[in-house]
Design a protein around this ligand. Structure first.
Ligand SMILES: Cc1cc2nc3c(=O)[nH]c(=O)nc-3n(C[C@H](O)[C@H](O)[C@H](O)COP(=O)(O)OP(=O)(O)OC[C@H]3O[C@@H](n4cnc5c(N)ncnc54)[C@H](O)[C@@H]3O)c2cc1C
Length: 511
């Protein structure tokens, strides 16, 4: 028997491992689609209940789709090697088909354990590349040729085909969903729903001429980004759609625009489409960086930063204080209305737009001086679209622990004023401030101790005073980071050349 192993590649459409397994089927080597709910991974600190429920919704629909083409998905509770062992004893395995993943250490260790199990049991493991990411000594292709190749690839969809003779029967029944161990945290009431049909709905909503035309002007403010961004990140992160499907959707919109616009309008429209594609190019670039340097999950890119914030965070005289700040940030009780609105909104939805992500991370790592890995780990559980390759690299850029970015600290008050001048977003998510009018919301002295009647009725306490002086802490953090960057001049000199090539790209990715 052969296995089509599903991990963060939860689709049949444009799935090379799926089609290759179907092609490789033999009468005595039929294909079993498999997903393992692994207790070891469920307990990892970057996994949360919302991720788990999103995956389960996706699997439910995937199983229905597999049944429509003649097979059945086996869902099992257990570490993958134990599940493989169990299947192998009932029905010997010959091949396992799956995607290569650029992923966090816990899942990479799982993949290595599976590779070792396959080697020990004479089973061939076929991990096919995706997202144009190069592994090991392979060289990664530049984005333009990768994009061009992707849009001219014919994407395959098995739906509507009878493949029943290629699928293996289940060697034992799928697990009872109640037996799946629960990850930490609670679900988020306003998060995106799992499943391929939701992904396609999201794709069809956004990839139209009017949406792509407005995209560059709507992504920075949380008041417009919810509708103005494509919201496709979560479906990409779990492989429910492929990057090629997104590229082809953009390409199709550009073709539509060409038939409707004059040359001048079309030229401008192409720039907007390129603006969107830039982001997909950064996605791939960050993931490639993480593929080559997976230690960035735990270590700073510049080693002189390792342990510095951690030591300050846990030092005897400031530890309680730091923990209090960290908790206030997580709960949206820092006394900075724009930050608090963002954290509370995130807590309900599992998503915030990119600029706002950068603002809350800058506040945590610079103004509050919380260790970058602690911030990244917490936000990994909060972001439904957690993509380790993007997530950990961007955190380092904002915390100033790389050689690639100019030092920047996002001023939490200025960002609020720039992106939410009238305070629509703040008032909605911080009900204590519902009575504070318009721009006064950006005056911290005015917001401290405010408590609207409405918030009081819902059991809120008065809105807190600012927990730090944001100007003083920003200056202190910048001085400290600059000093640490200077503290390793040899390395700085050696990396200057390398850095100047990449610097521009990396910095652009935050704006
Ligand atoms: C601190 C921080 C952490 C982040 N963590 C994640 C994460 O875990 N997962 C994740 O997918 N994105 C992450 N991003 C990038 C970005 O914020 C999200 O991709 C985006 O907000 C997702 O919403 P969207 O799909 O509507 O994006 P759109 O604006 O519609 O962009 C389209 C796609 O382009 C890619 N993209 C957009 N911006 C970036 C960027 N700056 N870098 C790399 N790729 C980008 C994403 O795949 C996204 O789905 C992070 C950004 C910051 C500042």
């Amino acid at each position: 028997m052969q296995i089509f192993w599903l991990k963060r590649n939860l689709r049949l459409q444009d799935s090379e491992p799926f089609f290759e397994s179907m092609r490789a089927f033999r009468k005595k080597e039929k294909v079993l689609p498999l997903y393992c709910h692994e207790p070891g991974l469920t307990q990892q600190p970057d996994v949360s209940r919302q991720h788990q429920l999103f995956i389960q919704e996706t699997l439910e629909e995937l199983d229905r789709d597999i049944q429509l083409i003649g097979g059945k998905l086996l869902q099992a509770v257990g570490e993958t090697v134990d599940v493989l062992d169990r299947i192998h004893r009932v029905q010997p395995l010959t091949k396992i088909w799956t995607h290569q993943e650029t992923t966090q250490n816990s899942q990479f260790r799982r993949d290595k354990a599976v590779a070792a199990w396959c080697a020990a049991n004479g089973v061939e493991l076929l991990e096919l590349a995706q997202n144009g990411i190069a592994r090991g000594s392979q060289k990664s292709e530049l984005f333009p040729p990768y994009f061009a190749r992707s849009v001219s690839t014919k994407l395959r969809d098995p739906m509507g085909t009878d493949l029943s003779e290629r699928f293996a029967p289940l060697p034992f029944p799928s697990c009872d969903p109640k037996a799946i161990p629960k990850a930490a945290g609670t679900d988020k009431p306003l998060r995106q729903m799992g499943g391929r049909s939701q992904a396609i709905k999201t794709l069809n909503r956004f990839f139209t001429v009017p949406h792509l035309k407005k995209y560059p002007f709507q992504i920075s403010s949380p008041n417009t980004a919810w509708q103005g961004c494509s919201r496709i990140s979560t479906y990409l992160a779990y492989g429910i759609v492929s990057d090629r499907e997104i590229f082809q959707a953009v390409d199709q919109v550009v073709i539509d625009a060409h038939s409707r616009m004059n040359a001048d309008q079309f030229g401008k429209f192409q720039e907007n489409a390129r603006f969107y594609l830039d982001r997909l190019s950064w996605r791939r670039q960050y993931m490639q960086t993480f593929e080559t340097s997976p230690e960035l999950e735990f270590q700073c890119m510049l080693p002189q930063f390792n342990g510095v914030r951690e030591a300050d965070f846990s030092s005897a005289h400031s530890s309680a204080h730091s923990e209090k700040h960290f908790t206030a940030w997580k709960q949206g009780l820092t006394g900075f209305p724009y930050i608090d609105a963002a954290m509370r909104f995130l807590n309900q939805t599992g998503w915030i737009n990119m600029r706002l992500r950068a603002t809350v991370v800058s506040f945590a790592t610079m103004n509050l001086w919380i260790p970058t890995t602690k911030v990244a780990e917490y936000l990994a559980t909060e972001f439904l679209d957690y993509e380790p390759g993007i997530h950990h690299v961007i955190h380092q850029l904002i915390a100033g622990t790389t050689e690639f970015s100019e030092l920047m600290v996002f001023d939490p008050v200025k960002q609020g004023r720039d992106q939410d001048l009238d305070g629509h977003f703040i008032r909605k998510w911080v009900p204590e401030l519902a009575d504070v009018p318009g721009p006064e919301l950006h005056d911290l002295a005015r917001t401290a101790f405010s408590l609207s009647k409405h918030a009081e009725n819902r059991g809120y306490t008065p809105y807190p005073e600012a927990i730090v002086d944001h100007r003083a802490t920003a200056k202190k953090a910048k001085d400290r980071v600059s000093e640490l960057r200077r503290s390793d001049p040899d390395r700085q000199r050696a990396s200057a050349e390398k850095s100047s090539e990449k610097k521009q790209d990396f910095q652009q990715s935050l704006f």
